[in-house]
Design a protein around this ligand. Structure first.
Ligand SMILES: [Zn+2]
Length: 324
């Protein structure tokens, strides 16, 4: 193994583009963050992605020959083979060949991941999944997603879209989801679901106008709600715990399917992990054959907001794909 190995990770988010140069041990050598400004259109965003990539390379002082490739973590539907973002609502992108564009500009191999898969790689290589061969990373933020490491391989599926955990149905008769299915987990357990549940509750309780203003302005976010719930505000604790209950139902399904050693929960909503994690565990264990669930550890993520960048880069350090 080469002594020095590096890769670049890019996290394409709706609010920010984050680029980082990472070494094999998971050290972030250089990072560059730019605002996405998706409203300025595809071309402008692509230009910023290229410029952030260029900047981390030059800031790191690492010769491009020592860089194994560029990994890209993107939300939405991607095709990792063609390097295309097929559809990403947070970027307003349809069929953008970002992988090809970066490859042409920098002359490096490029691999595209969905963001949950990238974060899963980071947790597996350097975070809460170290030392395991069967780990599932679940992200709970605006939506719900998962990255599955099974028998030491990242499960990508046909085109890199495996792990759409948020769209497994936990109620066949539940509300219609934007995906076409009914009763999808993310309609009960995501940040968006928590915000909606709080809005409904406050409306029914005729709460003081200050809270209603927050809701109307869209400022009663899952983050604000989680903080209030953690502080013991009874209007919010039950709703947050309810989300944990639903996540536990989904987690039980994952255990039956994949027999994992550890379930790692990350994403912004898990800031309330003190409330959520016990609920997740209880609801999961209530639904599993004890022999399957007893040994499963349920933990919070260890890699922070840079998980997307770290994991997208980390994909170049391990042979972790099912396909190859
Ligand atoms: Zn759905």
């Amino acid at each position: 193994m080469a002594k020095e190995e590096y890769a670049i990770g890019l996290d394409l988010g709706g609010t920010k583009i984050l680029a980082g140069l990472v070494d094999r041990t998971g050290r972030l050598i250089a990072r560059k963050q730019l605002p996405t400004h998706a409203e300025e259109g595809e071309k402008a965003v692509i230009e910023r992605v290229l410029s952030a990539t260029h900047d981390v390379l030059s800031a790191s002082g690492i010769h491009p020959e020592k860089v194994r490739g560029v990994g890209i973590a993107s939300a939405g539907v991607i095709n990792s083979d063609s390097g295309e973002v097929i559809f990403a609502s947070n970027l307003g992108w349809r069929n953008v060949p970002i992988g090809t564009l970066i490859g042409q500009r920098f002359g490096l191999p490029v691999h595209l991941f969905n963001d949950a898969n990238a974060a899963a790689i980071a947790e597996w290589l350097w975070g809460a999944g170290v030392g395991t061969r069967n780990m599932i990373y679940v992200t709970v933020s605006t939506g719900v997603g998962a990255g599955i490491v099974s028998d030491g391989r990242l499960v990508l599926g046909r085109d890199g879209s495996a792990g759409e955990f948020g769209h497994i149905s936990i109620d066949w008769n539940g509300p219609q989801c934007r995906c076409g299915n009914r009763g999808c987990l993310e309609n009960y357990a995501s940040g968006t679901a928590i915000e909606n549940a709080v809005s409904r509750k406050l409306a029914s309780m005729k709460e003081p106008v200050t809270d209603r203003i927050l809701v109307e302005k869209g400022e009663l976010t899952a983050k604000v709600i989680s903080e209030a719930a953690l502080a013991g505000d009874p209007r919010f604790t039950e709703i947050v715990k309810q989300a944990g209950f639903y996540l536990g139902i989904g987690a039980a399904n994952l255990i039956y399917l994949f027999n994992p050693e550890v379930l790692v929960f990350g994403g912004g909503v898990m800031n309330a992990s003190a409330l959520l994690l016990p609920e997740i565990e209880k609801s999961m264990r209530d639904r599993c054959i004890p022999g399957l669930a007893n040994e499963v550890r349920v933990v919070t993520s260890q890699i922070g907001v840079e998980a997307g960048v770290m994991g997208a880069a980390g994909g170049f350090f391990e042979n972790l794909y099912c396909k190859n």
